[in-house]
Design a protein around this ligand. Structure first.
Ligand code: UDP
Length: 489
């Protein structure tokens, strides 16, 4: 009888859009296969995904009258922070960041309570909640870790932690640090990596994440086999863990509009109409995700770069960068709508999947957040890479050196000290855009590869595709586990 009940998976995302969104998409993928899904999160985050979840639930409501995805809301722990911080841009003071860290620890209690009160066949818990491995174990529920990055980045981080080549390198931000034991030769600058001496908390946090993920039932990735086959193999043979690759999860919704035309982006239609008027492949889309901030100096150079590139552009400007008088170069206002035709600036939430999949878009200047990177891959759009912090430097390596679907602007520094960071000049930005979008052999080769990868990405989620199979494989394993557990009892 038990075996006839659908599987129930609890999804527990870290409180940031870059983690929450792919987890909600992943839930939609499993729900479409008959799995009952619950997403445990706080009110502010629930609001971000509510319309996506409603949309995913629609067909079920029509056919069975029931919903497939539930959102279980838990209050954001009261640690003396203003409301809404858990999904906003990074907090500026160390004191507030400590409070946020404390609040995240305190989510352990509602997570524990949920598992006491509800049956779950598995939890897909964010790697950023390493303690969730113990809580899940206490309830006898397998914990599947979700790091929210590529297998490539996972392998790089693992190599960095294992070999600590950072500390062994000369104490110079430009020192080259290599990451041994990987299928490709990968090296970064010291300034792009986590330094255990300078950022011991972060280093220790990575260690605890890695340890918890190793003790987990397995790991689920927003990636697909054909994207990084060498790293799938590396993961299986070197790291010896179970893994399922179920991405690109952004394609979970057929109309790509999950994070687009919802209440998050009320002007989406206007942006798409603007794109409709532009020739195919003529527009560069510029966005740096939800958390990255830029100094006015950097904004000015970026504006100059877009102007110098000669391309049409759509530029998403984050809330915290908005005082235009501080950065806007002379003549720039004449380029952008409503005064000019060359560019469109978007303040607030952009319908990124719809923009990337618009035929007018021919390039993407990105911070290499993993979601954005994979969304560009899925849309077949080549990238200009401008990583800012964390795994973004690894993702850049994957895009530029392994996949060869992008060109870097020459970003060197982890963004911990914004004012010390080397500013990238407008010429370098325009140069990289030109190499990716311009005529000539290099651009042709990059665009051809990007198109090919896009086809593979979409194929992965179709029936019989690798990601579609991995979803089924995980479901079968959990079902088999359920019968064996029932027999044991
Ligand atoms: N996103 C969006 N519109 C925006 C900003 C972001 O749709 O204006 C989405 C984007 O498509 C991606 C996610 O938010 O799915 C950002 O995740 P990513 O890993 O790229 O960057 P992060 O914000 O975590 O740095």
């Amino acid at each position: 009888k038990d075996e006839q009940q659908p599987l129930h998976i609890l999804f527990f995302p870290f409180l940031a859009p870059g983690h929450l969104i792919p987890i909600a998409d992943m839930a939609a993928l499993f729900a479409a296969r008959g799995v009952r899904c619950t997403i445990l999160t706080t009110p502010v985050n629930a609001a971000v995904i509510r319309s996506a979840v409603e949309r995913a639930n629609d067909p079920f409501r029509r056919t069975t009258g029931a919903v497939a995805i539930d959102i279980a809301i838990v209050p954001f722990p009261d640690v003396g922070l203003p409301p809404g911080v858990e999904s906003g841009p990074a907090l500026s003071s160390q004191e507030d960041r400590d409070k946020l860290f404390l609040a995240l620890q305190e989510l352990r209690e509602p997570f524990d309570r949920f598992l006491s009160e509800n049956h779950a066949d598995a939890v897909v818990a964010d790697s950023f909640f390493p303690w969730s491995v113990d809580t899940a174990a206490k309830h006898g529920v397998p914990r599947i870790a979700f790091l929210g990055s590529s297998m490539f980045a996972r392998a790089c981080i693992d190599s960095m932690l294992r070999n600590n080549t950072v500390e062994a390198s000369p104490d110079d931000p430009d020192a080259i640090v290599s990451l041994p034991g990987l299928p490709h030769h990968v090296e970064l600058r010291r300034s792009q990596m986590t330094d255990p001496k300078k950022r011991p908390e972060q280093w220790n946090f990575f260690q605890s994440i890695n340890a918890a993920d190793q003790r987990s039932y397995g790991e689920v990735f927003n990636s697909f086999h054909e994207l990084e086959p060498d790293y799938v193999e590396h993961y299986r043979t070197t790291l010896v863990r179970r893994a399922w690759l179920v991405g690109p999860v952004a394609l979970a919704s057929k109309d790509l509009s999950v994070r687009g035309t919802s209440e998050l982006s009320p002007d989406a239609d206007r942006f798409l109409r603007w794109l409709d008027a532009k020739p195919d492949g003529s527009v560069v889309y510029v966005s740096f995700g939800t958390l990255s901030t830029f100094t006015p100096k950097e904004m000015r150079e970026l504006a100059r770069g877009l102007d110098l590139s000669g391309k049409n552009f759509v530029w998403v400007i984050n809330g915290s960068d908005t005082d235009a008088t501080e950065w806007m170069p002379e003549g720039f206002a004449e380029l952008i709508a409503p005064r000019g035709e060359r560019g469109l600036t978007i303040r607030g939430w952009a319908p990124q999947m719809l923009i990337l999949n618009h035929p007018a878009v021919g390039g993407f200047v990105t911070h290499c957040g993993w979601n954005s990177t994979l969304e560009a891959v899925a849309a077949g759009v080549p990238m200009v890479t401008w990583p800012r912090y964390a795994d973004q430097f690894y993702n850049e390596k994957l895009v530029v050196e392994v996949l060869k679907v992008g060109v870097g602007v020459g970003s060197m520094d982890y963004a911990s000290k914004l004012e010390n960071r080397r500013v990238i000049g407008g010429e370098a930005i325009a140069g990289a855009i030109g190499r990716v979008m311009g005529d000539g052999e290099e651009g042709d080769a990059i665009r051809k590869k990007a198109t090919e990868l896009g086809v593979k990405a979409r194929g992965a989620l179709e029936k019989g595709g690798s990601s579609c199979d991995d979803v089924g494989r995980l479901m079968d394993e959990l079902m088999a586990r359920r019968s064996s557990v029932t027999v044991d009892v």
